[in-house]
Design a protein around this ligand. Structure first.
Ligand code: NI
Length: 155
């Protein structure tokens, strides 16, 4: 088995909070990451595909093709966006680096023309990184009751 990896980068904003928590509990659990108007990260995404090289091409998967799939399914949808509000497939999900890995996996796993998705690795910063290998996990989706910015502007 051979493992090939394609790397991509994107920048996005997010806020970590659970709408079922009180303000005090959100602050205690998420601290600075709970700041109401969000904050940004420069993310690095690594997508690893496993398989055997095609005897005719030598490829597990054409990495140019994998780049195009990652761009179309993930990067073009999240780059320069607010992950809590702007991305359909993230709606209601707490956008931790862990949860993002799982949702990105779901976006990618059925789009590969060859090989098999092996791992999603997502760096939220140089220090914080999550690896997901596809084990079944259920990510709750919460109702969003307010949009950002509006309350303060209308007050
Ligand atoms: Ni953050």
């Amino acid at each position: 088995m051979i493992f090939v990896t394609r790397k991509a980068t994107f920048s996005a904003a997010h806020r970590l909070y659970n709408p079922t928590f009180s303000d005090e509990r959100n602050q205690a659990v998420f601290d600075k990451c709970n700041n109401p108007h969000g904050h940004g990260h420069n993310y690095t995404l690594e997508v690893t595909v496993k398989g055997l090289p095609d005897p005719l091409t030598g490829y597990v998967i054409d990495l140019k093709l994998l780049k195009d799939i990652i761009d179309e399914a993930v990067v073009d949808k999240v780059d320069h966006k607010h992950l809590n509000y702007d991305v359909d497939f993230l709606r209601g999900i707490i956008p931790t680096v862990e949860n993002l890995c799982v949702v990105f996996w779901q976006q990618l796993e059925h789009r590969l023309p060859s090989g098999e998705l092996h791992m999603i690795r997502l760096y939220e910063s140089e220090s914080n990184v999550a690896d997901y290998l596809g084990a079944p996990v259920s990510i709750p989706r919460y109702e969003l009751t307010t949009l950002p910015h509006t309350e303060r502007l209308e007050a």
